[in-house]
Ligand binder design. Structure first.
Ligand code: PGA
Length: 276
């Protein structure tokens, strides 16, 4: 079984100096010695500096978004080759904060889309294809809002998102993807999805991949859980059979709490490797 992936989404936190200080602290935790794959996703402005600082470690670098064109008149956007040049290997695509899905009720929802970045499954799909073309591994985020969960629409929402997000990809490409199940109501709220339910939705994602792309793709795809993952709930989540890691927001901004989450993944890997 491959190591779990623990990815830190720093969101819009951190100057270059702050980012470098956090990387130094992470290096002191000697995460390379643990059985877990670790990735940090700083803001674009810190990518180059963090890449330099991570040299000599196994910690991977991720970006928080990418545009689907290689170059051109797309003011403000960052292309896949630009990320590759900076040593980026993972890229978060379709995070609910870029999709503008904050769980607010209609009709404010429309306003939220306009206020934020108007991401939808069509743009997510374009970004996923562009990222793969350039050798970047997408971390594709899907998740339902609170209103959708309360209306019993969770599975339908997740199914529709996954299908649209991977539309037109061949099974080998889908097998390279990382999905992150991130219920919108659990992000940044401290209200974590309970572990069996998170496991159930992660299994659903794998099931959808099986249906569309076959067993091989479903076995190699990785499905993370994200939304208020903290040191005290990480173990329960990470030991679920269909959860292959975590996308961590707030708790990744502190070296101690992030390292603690990574060490939970390590302990679970050790136990599994020993047949437990
Ligand atoms: P959180 O964020 O851990 O702060 O809830 C997770 C995410 O948005 O990826």
């Amino acid at each position: 079984m491959p190591d779990q992936l623990i990815a830190g989404n720093w969101k819009m936190h951190g100057t270059v100096a702050w980012s470098l200080a956090l990387v130094e602290e992470l290096k002191h935790r000697n995460l390379d010695a643990l059985n877990a794959e670790v990735c940090v996703c700083p803001p674009f402005t810190a990518l180059y500096a963090v890449h330099q600082a991570l040299r000599g470690t196994d910690i991977k670098l991720g970006a928080q978004d990418v545009f689907w064109k290689e170059q051109g008149a797309y003011t403000s956007q960052i292309s896949p080759p630009m990320l590759v040049e900076l040593g980026v290997s993972y890229v978060i695509i379709g995070h609910s904060e870029t999709r503008g899905r904050f769980g607010v009720p209609e009709p404010d929802f429309t306003e939220e889309i306009l206020r934020h970045f108007g991401e939808n499954d069509a743009t997510v799909n374009l970004k996923v294809k562009a990222a793969l073309l350039h050798g970047l591994t997408p971390i594709v985020c899907v998740g339902e809002t609170l209103a959708e969960r309360q209306a019993g629409q969770t599975d339908a929402v997740i199914t529709a998102q996954v299908k649209r997000d991977i539309d037109g990809l061949d099974p080998a490409e889908v097998g390279c993807l990382v999905f992150a199940y991130e219920p919108v109501w659990a992000i940044g709220t401290g209200e974590v999805c309970d572990a069996p339910e998170a496991n159930r939705v992660c299994a659903l994602i794998r099931h959808i991949v099986t249906d569309i792309c076959g067993e091989e793709a479903a076995q190699s795809v990785r499905v993370l859980y994200g939304g208020s993952v903290k040191p005290d709930n990480a173990h329960d989540l990470l030991e679920q059979p269909h959860i292959d890691g975590a996308l961590v927001g707030g708790a990744s901004l502190n070296a101690n709490s992030f390292a603690e989450i990574v060490s939970h993944a390590h302990k679970i890997a050790e136990r599994r490797n020993n047949g437990g």
